[in-house]
Design a protein around this ligand. Structure first.
Ligand SMILES: [Zn+2]
Ligand SMILES: [Zn+2]
Length: 410
């Protein structure tokens, strides 16, 4: 969520081959050379490499895989919701001679997107992404001494990626090409005879910014995860593989012209263990006073910002919106263009639900990390756009439902 710590990645334009820099979570490639606009779809995870220094011979290069987790770890313990950022890498080979983590910083290095045309030997990971995450969860330091470790931790990954680091061979020695220091002997690690990396089939795809429904042009910002058709006004979420239609709603403005429309995910879900099927049951479980009668038929629903901000503000805003969601009058179909485009995928917003429910909980007789153990199933999503006005230091919702300090992030 701290944008300054995202990597910049050089893509090759699929149309003209020009080098186009994108931030690692960006989804819209705009080529400055041939002017093409394309959405980028990546599944199951991005594959990048650190470009070697120009003076190193391509034939001598060996690219070694590292897994990277970047995201937020919540600690749910003793009726407190604590969080911290994590950006961690780990060698994906079973080897203790090479550096165990990737010693590079996003501010210093511009990564490149992996393609089959890259020169040098790319070694296949010997540790799977699941094994990396398992080990990461088990070994991440517990910073709250009251915590009972693993089961109280909630991991929300903004990005999981595979990053190759170049080493080069000279004689029988493997060198770090940036420091030019020898690290180990080549024969000891069998680097040249290891199986080569074979990327998952169709792991990266590019799609024209054309509406799947009408063929009209779609509008989006570089980092938005939802695009709007300027012709038929349909909204489409860019998931990891394809476009998903998203239903939109808005709060009526009753005459005034808002400065900005701000998007929120309305997420419906069910809970198992304990079984919770209605919002009334959910509020009762959390010890929140029920606001309206006839809440028996409404499924558990949360309203969560569809944009990134630091977790403290994110949780506070989600709490406010989830509490007042039934006081909000909604109309279907949002069409204005003066909006903040959603930058947080619905699936990532959904992962915040246990932390949100834990921070909403007022009951002393349930331990909040039990909330993280509930099995949540995502059933429906839609976007609600809320009109905002700007006063000096705040974005204010004109019906006075809530306000957002401008320093919270947009
Ligand atoms: Zn181009
Ligand atoms: Zn359309």
């Amino acid at each position: 969520m701290r944008t300054e710590q995202y990597y910049t990645v050089s893509y090759s334009c699929p149309q003209c081959g020009g080098s186009v820099p994108l931030k690692e979570l960006d989804r819209l490639l705009r080529c400055p050379f041939c002017k093409v606009r394309l959405f980028v779809f990546i599944h199951p995870h991005p594959i990048f490499f650190v470009p070697p220094p120009p003076n190193v011979s391509e034939e001598s290069l060996i690219f070694v895989p590292y897994w990277r987790f970047r995201g937020i770890i919540f600690n749910l313990s003793k009726n407190r919701v604590l969080y911290r950022f994590a950006d961690s890498t780990s060698l994906a080979l079973k080897n203790n001679l090479l550096p165990s983590t990737l010693g590079i910083r996003p501010q210093v290095v511009r990564l490149k997107i992996y393609t089959n045309a890259n020169k040098g030997l790319f070694i296949r990971p010997e540790i799977s992404l699941n094994e990396f995450m398992q080990s990461f969860r088990e070994h991440v330091p517990i910073w709250d001494k009251n915590s009972q470790k693993l089961k109280e931790q909630l991991f929300i990954g903004e990005t999981l990626s595979l990053i190759f680091f170049p080493f080069h061979i000279s004689g029988n020695l493997l060198y770090d090409p940036f420091s030019n220091k020898p690290l180990t002997s080549v024969s000891e690690g069998n680097y040249t005879s290891k199986p080569l990396f074979n990327p998952p089939e169709k792991w990266i795809n590019f799609h024209a910014t054309i509406c799947p429904h009408c063929g009209g042009d779609m509008e989006a910002t570089s980092n938005s995860v939802v695009a709007r058709c300027t012709n038929c006004e349909n909204w489409w979420e860019l998931t990891s593989r394809s476009f998903h239609s998203v239903e939109t709603f808005k709060i009526p403005t009753r005459g005034f012209i808002p400065k900005l429309w701000v998007p929120f995910w309305k997420l419906e879900f069910t809970c198992k263990n304990p079984d919770i099927k209605t919002i009334e049951q959910l509020f009762s479980y959390l010890g929140i006073p029920a606001k309206k009668l006839n809440m028996q038929d409404i499924p558990p629903t949360c309203l969560i910002p569809a944009f990134r901000m630091i977790p403290k503000h994110f949780l506070r805003l989600s709490r406010v919106l989830t509490n007042i969601q039934f006081d909000i009058p909604c109309e279907s179909s949002f069409t204005s263009t003066h909006c903040l485009f959603p930058t947080l995928p619905a699936v990532e917003a959904f992962q915040f639900i246990p932390a949100l429910l834990a921070s909403l909980c007022t009951r002393k007789d349930i331990r909040i990390f039990d909330i993280a153990q509930i099995k949540y199933a995502f059933t429906k999503k839609s976007l609600i756009f809320i009109p905002m006005e700007k006063t000096g230091v705040e974005w204010v919702q004109p019906q006075h439902l809530f306000s957002i300090p401008t320093h919270w992030g947009f």
